[in-house]
Design a protein around this ligand. Sequence first.
Ligand code: SAM
Length: 235
Amino acid sequence: MVESYSKNANHNMRRPVVKEDVVSYMRTHLLENQGHLAEIANFAHHENIPIIQHEVVAYFRFLMASLAPKSILEIGTAIGFSALLMAEYAPEAQITTIDRNPEMIALAKDNFAKYDSRHQITLLEGEAADQLNQLDQEYDFVFVDSAKSKYIVFLPDIIKHVKKGGIIVFDDVFQGGDIAKPIEEVRRGQRTIYRGLHRLFDATLKHPDLTASLIPMSDGLLLLRKDADQVILED
Ligand SMILES: C[S@@+](CC[C@H](N)C(=O)[O-])C[C@H]1O[C@@H](n2cnc3c(N)ncnc32)[C@H](O)[C@@H]1O
């Protein structure tokens, strides 16, 4: 029994931003997970551990095959599902993934020991802000899937560690659609995340040295391409 996630922990994951019948169609018609990825996804669903949803799995297969990144950074490992997915579909990539939750780290380590057969994945344990500070390389692809209110805090360090032409994907940026509402209509407990996500959008969507895209898939993906060697963010 995994303690970290209660049955009600993932409020926004149950509020699709796309019509439910379309979501259901995508989840039942896209290629299923196979082998160990199916096993880990089933475990995550059984234990209510939030991993990327199936339409995002299919999108990541597509991105990995098309971009063929050689170096990947992930913030938010959980039990290692998305890291192992990227390892499978980007077989030449070295992947660094960060998490701070000891229970998730223990499960991820088990999964990597069993299934990271090409030794692609390095797990960094600790608060992402601290770990990001210590990275000494640039990455082709970054996947950000951690505490949403911190995305804006991590942004400068993430941008610094992406190559020119590299891609950053942020997961869950629509808050089940709340992001488009005035703040007064958002539950009080969700307002810090709401403000953080708006600051992230303000900093990135129209930045001259970034190409940005918002994709209404799952709970919303923000995609950024770094178009210059140096990207200066406004305070
Ligand atoms: C949504 S889960 C990641 C799911 C994973 N990417 C997947 O799809 O298989 C989010 C994870 O981020 C971790 N996390 C959240 N905020 C963090 C932070 N500030 N530093 C490090 N890890 C963090 C949590 O412990 C949790 O395991």
